[in-house]
Design a protein around this ligand. Structure first.
Ligand SMILES: Cc1cc2nc3c(=O)[nH]c(=O)nc-3n(C[C@H](O)[C@H](O)[C@H](O)COP(=O)(O)OP(=O)(O)OC[C@H]3O[C@@H](n4cnc5c(N)ncnc54)[C@H](O)[C@@H]3O)c2cc1C
Length: 339
């Protein structure tokens, strides 16, 4: 019989499990009930006592100050100890930067195998893990005989586990011998929240297209105004900022551009394929190489001046044929009043 372990870790505050960890717990619960297999949750954190409250099964923890922050040596030793203690044959873990860094090494230490970017786990007798290849064009279903089998789950593919109560499950601390520590984490240097425009956890994706920098009906460009409207909308909604390729490419062409956009914002065939509940495209034509990046956006809307744009040809659920400058200015005004 399989023995399933879900590896989780605390967020930066140390007081809660990350959302991606809670999603992995949901995946673990589904799989355990389908296979009628035992489930264990492993936690890597400074202190696992509060983090384990309300969890639906026995918990193993490796804790202490050394595990407060991501570091290869300590995270690898912690995950290895948890897998050995649980005698896990199937290990599910969030594909966070913290675990993505160590999971392959841990699988190797245990003579196991790993698959990453898993989006779904199916099967009743066997375990069938699904992932996409070739920029989300080919979906593959994988099965493996090797155990332990590590599956790193893509964020946003499962509902986060929500505890029904704060009951304390059985919690066992696993002692580990700390390896030689060559890396000291002195802190995290991150952009200000306002400057961080790519927000994978946001409910909405806000896409900007090249139209924002093009000549408008008055014959002029209005880039500073576009910049204010876009940043205002992001501040008021907390949306994540995506872009068409044409707009991010303009930086390389020496044209006047929106300085907060980089190629990391690009959505599409040669860009990202983010997952959000809703998407709003503005001043973007909706060509296929762009829209292919919207595969995982559930509700798609677009604002374009062109009634014949790609969005209106069946690619968006709702298209507003309107001037995005006017629409976003009005939306920002309403949101400001509502706040
Ligand atoms: C191999 C290959 C890979 C590619 N990969 C990608 C990719 O990953 N991502 C990507 O985005 N593209 C990609 N492209 C490019 C893609 O085909 C399009 O060229 C690009 O998406 C067009 O960007 P756009 O819609 O912003 O610009 P445009 O085509 O210039 O469209 C601008 C739109 O803005 C509208 N507009 C102007 N002013 C306003 C206003 N005031 N209000 C409302 N609407 C207004 C216009 O009517 C127009 O529809 C790829 C192309 C190739 C060949």
């Amino acid at each position: 019989m399989e023995s399933i372990l879900v590896l989780t870790h605390a967020d930066e505050s140390g007081s809660a499990l990350t959302k991606a960890s809670l999603e992995a717990i949901t995946a673990g619960l589904d799989l355990a009930s389908r296979l009628s297999a035992p489930l264990t949750i492993g936690i890597v954190a400074t202190d696992a006592t509060n983090l384990s409250k309300g969890l639906p099964c026995a918990v193993l923890a490796v804790s202490g100050e050394a595990f407060a922050q991501p570091r290869y040596a300590t995270d690898a030793v912690a995950c290895e100890a948890l897998c050995r203690a649980a005698q896990a044959t199937i290990v599910l873990a969030p594909g966070s930067s913290r675990f993505a860094r160590v999971a392959a090494a841990v699988a190797h230490r245990l003579n196991g195998l790993i698959d990453t970017h898993i989006t779904a786990i199916g099967g009743t007798d066997t375990i069938e893990a699904t992932r996409w290849f070739y920029r989300q064009r080919v979906e593959a279903v994988l099965t493996r005989d090797t155990r332990p089998w590590f599956l790193l789950l893509d964020a946003g593919t499962h509902a986060p586990f929500a505890a029904a109560d704060a009951a304390q499950p059985a919690l066992t601390e696993i002692a580990v011998e700390l390896p030689a520590l060559r890396t000291t984490v002195t802190g995290i240097r991150a952009p200000m929240q306002d400057a961080q425009t790519i927000r994978p956890d946001a409910k909405m994706l806000f896409v900007t297209g090249a139209g924002w920098t093009k000549k408008q009906p008055d014959g002029q460009t209005h880039v500073p105004e576009a910049s204010d409207l876009i940043l205002g909308f992001l501040r008021l909604t907390g949306a994540s900022l995506g872009s068409s390729k044409s707009l991010v490419d303009q930086g390389g062409e020496g044209q006047s551009v929106l300085p907060f956009l980089t190629h990391l914002n690009q959505v599409g065939q040669t860009g990202a394929t983010p997952r959000h509940a809703k998407g709003l495209s503005t001043c973007c034509h909706g060509e296929e190489p762009h829209v292919v990046g919207w595969r995982f956006i559930a509700d798609r809307r677009a604002i374009s001046l062109d009634p014949n744009c790609g969005w209106t040809r069946g690619k968006a659920d709702v298209v507003y044929v309107a001037d995005a400058f006017a629409v976003i200015a009005k939306v920002n005004e309403l949101l400001t009043k509502g706040n």
